[in-house]
Design a protein around this ligand. Structure first.
Ligand SMILES: C[S@@+](CC[C@H](N)C(=O)[O-])C[C@H]1O[C@@H](n2cnc3c(N)ncnc32)[C@H](O)[C@@H]1O
Length: 340
């Protein structure tokens, strides 16, 4: 069945959102994700998880004694980060978004937000109408990013802000509390989305649900207790992938598999396509593969492909150069292809 017939067949079945991506599952692109995202067909991704630089004003490098040795990226921002024509394009086509970004007054913050906005606009385009996006950030920029996300995805599509709490050594000085949480902003693209609450239940602390006010008898309480509870919007039960843990590959800012398992388990179904456009050591790709999702990752560092190869050895993965042509529109009239 060719792509067009498949799309029509799926519409007949009432699954108007079934559209095959114009790339294979298991692809890792090692290039600037803006170029790759621009080459992906519209509305073909079920779940996007992104863990971009947080605007931390730091440089990151992998431990030299680790498998990820050689991986590095800079998280410092100056107005040079985004070309003026692209900023003008946002001002002309997305005035609300432009105003939201301009609310940040520091040059480094606006540069970072324009950089993010250009990519988030593409991510919005490639998500299926039933798809979800999880943006991982921290309190440095989460307040601005939420306004940017509202402008791109609409405020009504905001589903949750999950606070991932962890612990670890703190910064010396002791003049304020240690910052030990990240923020995950979940938006759906439309008014239907996947939420597999039963796939991500966790045990109640003492084996029992909190029965206060629920009027549960002992038998009901046991039944609910056995099923486990749906996590709330603060997750304190997932530890960072510390150096001594088996999954740690030494990649700077590597996220724990358990975190990705919960996000992917809740917001996608088997065979769905999961994309991580800042995939680093490919944690999201690995979690997606384990959960029988289709997946693809993008990272500007070629080390990413080595990491996915290492972490998924024995399973199938391939490394592709980006395709600049979309299959869902005539080639020459692609409005999103901005020349560098
Ligand atoms: C915070 S790390 C991601 C870590 C990842 N979640 C993991 O668990 O290993 C951010 C990644 O974004 C990548 N990156 C930064 N700018 C990029 C760009 N324009 N295109 C693609 N990747 C980029 C960096 O190389 C880095 O690997």
């Amino acid at each position: 069945m060719n792509r067009k017939t498949l799309f029509i067949a799926s519409q007949k079945k009432g699954l108007s959102t079934v559209r095959r991506p114009n790339f294979e599952s298991g692809t890792i692109w090692t290039q600037d994700n803006l170029l790759v995202l621009q080459g992906i067909d519209s509305e073909c991704i079920d779940l996007i998880y992104l863990d971009p630089p947080f605007n931390s004003n730091k440089d990151y490098a992998a431990r030299i004694d680790s498998k990820a040795d050689g991986a590095e990226f800079s998280d410092r921002w100056t107005p040079k980060a985004v070309a003026k024509e692209r900023i003008d394009l946002i001002e002309a086509k997305h005035p609300m978004l432009y105003r939201a970004i301009r609310a940040a007054q520091r040059d480094s913050d606006t540069a970072y937000l324009f950089y993010m906005a250009l990519r988030l606009l593409e991510m919005h385009r490639i998500l299926k109408p039933t798809g979800s996006i999880w943006l991982h950030c921290d309190p440095t920029m989460s307040h601005y990013l939420k306004i940017v996300m509202d402008a791109i995805f609409e405020k009504e599509r905001f589903r949750n802000e999950v606070v991932w709490c962890y612990t670890g050594p703190g910064s010396p000085g002791g003049r304020q509390f240690n910052r030990k949480h990240d923020c995950l902003l979940w938006y759906s693209k439309g008014d239907r989305w996947t939420f597999n609450k039963d796939a991500v239940r966790i045990p109640y602390k003492d084996g029992k649900p909190h029965v206060g006010g629920w009027n549960m008898n002992a038998e009901e309480a046991k039944r609910y207790g056995d099923r486990g509870k749906i996590p709330e919007t603060w997750w304190a039960d997932i530890a960072v992938a510390i150096r001594s843990s088996k999954e740690n590959v030494g990649y700077p800012t590597q996220k724990p598999l358990a975190l990705l398992h919960r996000i992917i388990g809740a917001s996608s179904n088997e065979n769905d396509m999961v994309l991580d456009p800042f995939c680093g050591s490919a944690t999201a790709c690995v979690a997606a593969d384990i959960q029988n999702r289709r997946w693809a990752g993008i990272d500007i560092s070629p080390k990413s492909w080595e990491m996915v190869d290492e972490r998924l050895r024995g399973r199938q993965s391939s490394c592709e150069r980006p395709r600049y042509h979309r299959l869902d529109i005539p080639r020459r009239t692609d409005p999103t292809l901005l020349r560098r």
